[in-house]
Design a protein around this ligand. Structure first.
Ligand code: ADP
Ligand code: ASP
Ligand code: MG
Length: 409
C-alpha cells in the first residue's frame, strides 16, 4: 500500500467550501492510487470561533494562569471539532472516513503539557481504517502520555503529528497543505516579491523554521529527515506544486541531481521581544553580577535569549510578555534595567554562508540605507540576526530581501 499523509492547516479547513476543496484533494490523491491519512489543525486563526487561540482565551479570561493539564484539554478541542466537521463533509461526498483523536490514533507522548514530544505511535487503528478503504482523519497537535494524560505538542504542532505519522507509516510523501504557495524566500504576507523555493533541503527549511518562518514546525522537519521521507509544502487554494523538501535521490535512470544548500535561503522575523540593558558601572557591587542575574531569571522561569555580556554592559532579550516579571526579578536584586519593549529580530538564514566575507557588511548596508537602527546583532553558522524596533521590522525584512536579491531567480 502506498501511503500519503496530508495535513491541512487551520485556514485550509475554515469554511464549508474549503472543506469541500479538501475533500476534492483527498479524492484526487486516492485516484492516483494512494491510501490517504489526513491530519487536521483547529479551524481558522486568532479570533475565529474554534481556533486554538480562542479556546485559550476562553479559559484565560476566567483565570490567567490555568493548570497546564486543563489548558491542554481545552486546546485539544479545536482539532477534534475540525476533524469531525471534515469527516461529516467527506460523508456528503461519498468518501468514507473516520475521525480519530491523537490517543485513538495511537500517538503516545512524553507527558510534557503544552509542548510534548511524541515518543512512539501505535498505528493499529489507522491501518485498520486503511485496510477497509476508510480515510482516517487524525487530530493534529495532540497525543496521550503513558500515564493517560492528554498532551499538546506546542504551537504549530499539527505539522509534527503529520511528520511523525509519515515516518510511522513509511509514507511516500508528507503533504503540508497551507495558505501560501510553499516555502518562500520570506513571508509573502510582508514581502511582496517573495519567491517560491521549488526545492529545499531539510537543513535549509529547518534553519528557516527555527529562525521564525512558521510555515512548517521545525520539529516536523527533524522527524521527516530521520527517515528521509519527502515533504511537500503546498497551497490548498491553488494547483501549485509547492516546495519539495528532500535529500532523497530519485533513481538511477536519469542524471542524479545533487541538491545542496544555498548561500542564503531566506529572511525571517520574530516579533514580541523585549531587550534588557544593564550598565554595570551603575551597579554598586558588580561582583558576580552575571551569575546573579541569569540565575534569578532562570528561577523565575523566564526564557532569556540573545545574551551579550561585556565588561561595561549586559544585554539580553526576553519574550515581551515576560518583560514585567523580568523587571521585578531584577528590582529585587537592586538592578534597574533599561527595557526596550517593542523589538523584533530579523535574520538572514542560509546553511552555506559561513566563511563568505562581506555578508555582515551587506546586512548593515541594507539596514542603514533604510534608516533602521540595529539594537543588537549576532551570528551563527546558519544565520546573521539583528534586533530592531518592531515598527521597523517589515521594512527591515524587505530591505534585506532586496539587498540579497532574493526576489530574483
Ligand atoms: P497553517 O495553519 O496552515 O499551519 P501557518 O500560519 O502555521 O499555517 O503557516 C503558514 C504561514 O507561514 C503563512 O501564512 C505565512 O504568513 C507564514 N510564513 C512565514 N515565513 C514564511 C516563508 N518563508 N514562506 C512561506 N510562508 C511563510
Ligand atoms: N492548532 C494548533 C495551533 O494553533 C496546532 C497547529 O495549528 O498546528 O498551534
Ligand atoms: Mg502551522
Amino acid at each position: 500500500m502506498k501511503i500519503i499523509v496530508q495535513k491541512f492547516g487551520g485556514t485550509s479547513i475554515a469554511s464549508r467550501d474549503l472543506r469541500i476543496r479538501v475533500g476534492e484533494i483527498i479524492r484526487s490523491t486516492r485516484d492516483e492510487g494512494y491510501a490517504v491519512v489526513v491530519v487536521v489543525s483547529a479551524m481558522g486563526r486568532k479570533n475565529d470561533a474554534y481556533a486554538t487561540d480562542t479556546l485559550i482565551n476562553l479559559v484565560t479570561d476566567t483565570n490567567p494562569n490555568p493548570a497546564p493539564r486543563e489548558l491542554d484539554l481545552i486546546m485539544a478541542c479545536g482539532e477534534q471539532i475540525s476533524g469531525v466537521m471534515l469527516s461529516a463533509q467527506l460523508a456528503t461526498m461519498d468518501i468514507e472516513s473516520q475521525f480519530l483523536t491523537g490517543p485513538q490514533a495511537g500517538i503516545v507522548t512524553d507527558g510534557n503539557f503544552g509542548n510534548a514530544h511524541i515518543r512512539y505511535i501505535n498505528p493499529k487503528k489507522i491501518m485498520e481504517c486503511l485496510a477497509q478503504g476508510i480515510v482516517p482523519i487524525v487530530a493534529g497537535f495532540q497525543g496521550m502520555s503513558e500515564e493517560g494524560e492528554l498532551n499538546t505538542l506546542g504551537r504549530g504542532g499539527s505539522d509534527t503529528t503529520a511528520s511523525a505519522l509519515g515516518v510511522a507509516l513509511n509514507a511516500e510523501f508528507i503533504d503540508i497543505f497551507t495558505d501560501v504557495e510553499g516555502v518562500m524566500t520570506a513571508d509573502p504576507r510582508i514581502v511582496q516579491n517573495a519567491r517560491l523555493l521549488d526545492e529545499v533541503t531539510y537543513n535549509e527549511i529547518c534553519q528557516l523554521a527555527r529562525d521564525g518562518a512558521k510555515v512548517v514546525h521545525p520539529r516536523a522537519i527533524e522527524i521527516a529527515m530521520q527517515k528521509g521521507i519527502p515533504l511537500r509544502v503546498r497551497s490548498t487554494f491553488t494547483e501549485s506544486v509547492g516546495t519539495l523538501v528532500t535529500n532523497r535521490i530519485a533513481g538511477f535512470d536519469e542524471p542524479v541531481k545533487i541538491v545542496s544548500d544555498r548561500l542564503i535561503t531566506g529572511i525571517t522575523y520574530t516579533s514580541n521581544i523585549a531587550q534588557f540593558k544593564i550598565i554595570t558601572s551603575q551597579i554598586e557591587n558588580p561582583r558576580g553580577l552575571e551569575l546573579k542575574i541569569f540565575k534569578s531569571l532562570a528561577l523565575a522561569d523566564i526564557s532569556v535569549d540573545f545574551i551579550n555580556v561585556q565588561p561595561e554592559i549586559i544585554m539580553f532579550t526576553v519574550p515581551v510578555e515576560q518583560a514585567g516579571k523580568g523587571v521585578e526579578v531584577l528590582k529585587n536584586l537592586d538592578i534597574m534595567p533599561a527595557v526596550e519593549h517593542d523589538c523584533a529580530k530579523v535574520a538572514i538564514v542560509g546553511a552555506a554562508m559561513t566563511g563568505i566575507p562581506g555578508i555582515m557588511a551587506r546586512v548593515v548596508e541594507a539596514l542603514t540605507e533604510s534608516d533602521i537602527q540595529i539594537l543588537q546583532s549576532g551570528d551563527s553558522y546558519t544565520n546573521i540576526w539583528c534586533l530592531v524596533k518592531k515598527q521597523n521590522m517589515q521594512r527591515a525584512v524587505q530591505a534585506l530581501h532586496d539587498k540579497f536579491e532574493l526576489g530574483k531567480k
